[in-house]
Design a protein around this ligand. Structure first.
Ligand code: DQQ
Length: 548
């Protein structure tokens, strides 16, 4: 029906139909961005996993291509699972992926372009030596998957290293772990002693990613083989199968000892920072040699029921591609920001800058329709209220709070999107300023899905976390709204939150409001601009058309 159809997005990547999960082997090759993804051709639920495939000139408009790989060998009969691309020095390309041989055995396999001159990379050749890598005796054979992009071994330029996630259950460790293998030809591999990193209690590490970042801000992205050293640190990311979030930490890579050490042991992988505080998993970066940036893709699943997915005929989206960089201002986190190409989709602009929102009030923002919008807002709290904030409560927590309906001295305030005119449905992206035990102010950035839909079969939560705000900074947020997805980036991307929401009333006449539920603070939208967003009208590859 209309409502289910409306939930499909206008400018996010999603397959034409059926189920999708992890991004696979993202890469820039011969002028095209390629995105492969875990794909079930047969249904809107997970199963019979192939590699779906699409290509783009600009990361925004996509050409849907035929599936790249299907389970047609004994070693991937249960699914062609997640893998990564490595660009070789001669410009060649190799994919290393996990073959699910059966429900209990995972092996690593290699595929190369059947025709390296084909910029669309339509056909893939699985190597006759597959599987090239079997689980080591120390791990369970079903806990060994998702090889990373390979990087050049700093101590032996003729060798590559790559990491594979696993789990170590000896004793009661329940430790996530990343093993490193050395290879010269991608066909034979040697396990390096020890592990790149392991963290007790974090369980199976899926979709490990490992990449360098420029910490002096000199460069926005680094090639995966860039060496550690002056101005270069390494990020380790793991997707925790246990709690379905992507965790990262920044640290030092000591290649000659095959280990990586987090800068801050208390904020280790799996316990500290997340790529995104909402629905976002199995993410993967690639180095875009075209624009010299590192780009992140994440799988954004559904929060509705499987039954709803089956009637829609599709499930899951890809996040907006995000550039990833080191936050030189805080020195302790990454920043994520929609790739600049997203801004090309902006059409009509509405400017609401200067609007002030009284405590306990809501201001409608008048525009024709807001199902597909890009919002940029900067907020100022009145200083008298902030000075009085010694009374602000201690220890706010987005997850256990009353969300946008709560009331505190300095929050919540922010925007309500995908709202109907009487606000019976709305999704809130908001700030909440509280006090920490030492008396200093703490800013939380949260998203409240609890009133996003009248539907009862969807998961609705309040999600989010504290976001660093430095002296003199205003509170700022960018929000991408696209039918059933709300993706927010606070403080220049120090914190990101993605929600999936399914309005039943707001659909087709979605509105935006400013709200301020603080009890004492006036909030001024110092600047507030909203752009309507074009749809990307993706195309479908037809072999006949190309052959003519
Ligand atoms: N999805 C793939 C696995 C990976 C998981 C299977 C993460 O390779 O560990 O579809 O979502």
């Amino acid at each position: 029906n209309d409502m289910l159809h409306w939930q499909r997005t206008g400018f996010h990547f999603q397959p034409p139909r059926n189920w999708m999960n992890d991004p696979n082997g993202p890469v820039f090759y011969k002028g095209w961005y390629h995105l492969f993804y875990q794909y079930n051709r047969d249904a809107a639920v997970w199963g019979n996993i192939t590699w779906g495939h699409a290509a783009s000139r600009d990361l925004v408009h996509w050409l849907h291509l035929p599936v790249a790989m299907v389970p047609d060998q004994w070693y991937d009969a249960n699914g062609v699972w997640t893998g990564s691309a490595t660009v070789l020095p001669d410009g060649g390309l190799v994919m290393v992926y996990t073959g699910s041989a059966n429900s209990t055995v995972q092996v690593q396999c290699v595929a190369v372009p059947a025709d390296p001159n084909d910029a669309l990379l339509l056909h893939w050749r699985k190597h006759p030596s597959n599987p090239v890598l079997l689980p080591p005796p120390s791990v369970l054979p079903h806990d060994f998957r998702d090889p990373t992009t390979a990087w050049v071994d700093p101590s032996d330029p003729s060798a590559y290293l790559l990491a594979i996630g696993s789990k170590n259950d000896t004793g009661d460790r329940h430790a996530g772990v990343a093993y490193v293998y050395s290879t010269r030809d991608f066909l034979s591999y040697r396990l390096l002693p020890g592990a790149l990193h392991t963290v007790n209690g974090t369980g199976m590490w899926e979709c490990v990613d490992f990449f360098p970042v420029s910490v002096d801000g000199a460069r926005i992205g680094l090639d995966t083989s860039e060496r550690a050293g002056d101005g270069v640190k390494h990020v380790l990311k793991a997707s925790l199968d246990d709690d379905r979030h992507d965790y990262y930490a920044i640290g030092t890579y000591v290649a000659e000892e095959n280990r990586w050490v987090p800068d801050d042991g208390e904020m280790d992988v799996g316990v500290g920072l997340r790529y995104d505080w909402g629905k976002f998993y199995a993410a993967k970066t690639f180095y875009d040699q075209n624009k010299k940036r590192r780009v992140l893709w994440g799988w954004v699943g559904e929060a509705d029921s499987e039954r709803a997915d089956v009637s829609k005929g599709w499930a899951s989206l890809m996040s907006i591609p995000r550039t990833v960089g080191f936050d030189t201002k805080t020195g302790r986190n990454l920043v994520f920001w929609p790739v600049e190409e997203v801004e090309f989709l902006r059409t009509t602009r509405y400017d609401f800058s200067g609007v002030t929102v009284e405590p306990g009030s809501i201001v409608p923002l008048s525009m024709p329709t807001a199902a597909q919008v890009d919002i940029e807002a900067q907020f100022e709290l009145d200083s008298a209220a902030v000075d009085a904030a010694v009374d602000a409560e201690i220890g706010y927590n987005c997850r256990t709070s009353d969300g946008a309906a709560g009331r505190g001295l300095l929050g919540p305030f922010g925007l309500l999107v995908l709202a109907d005119s009487v606000l019976s449905e709305r999704t809130a992206a908001y700030f909440y300023v509280s006090r920490s035990a030492d008396g200093t102010l703490r800013t939380h950035f949260c998203q409240d899905e609890t009133r996003s839909s009248h539907a009862s079969d969807t998961v609705k939560r309040v999600v989010g976390y504290t976001v660093p705000v430095l002296d003199g900074e205003t509170l700022s947020v960018r929000i991408l709204v696209d039918h059933s997805i709300v993706e927010s980036f606070a403080q220049g991307g120090r914190s990101a939150i993605t929600s999936r929401v399914y309005p039943t009333q707001a659909f087709n006449r979605a509105k935006v409001f400013l709200f301020n539920n603080a009890t004492s603070a006036h909030v001024k939208a110092k600047s507030l601009r909203i752009w309507e967003m074009d749809s990307t009208f993706n195309h479908y590859y037809r072999q006949e058309a190309v052959q003519i």
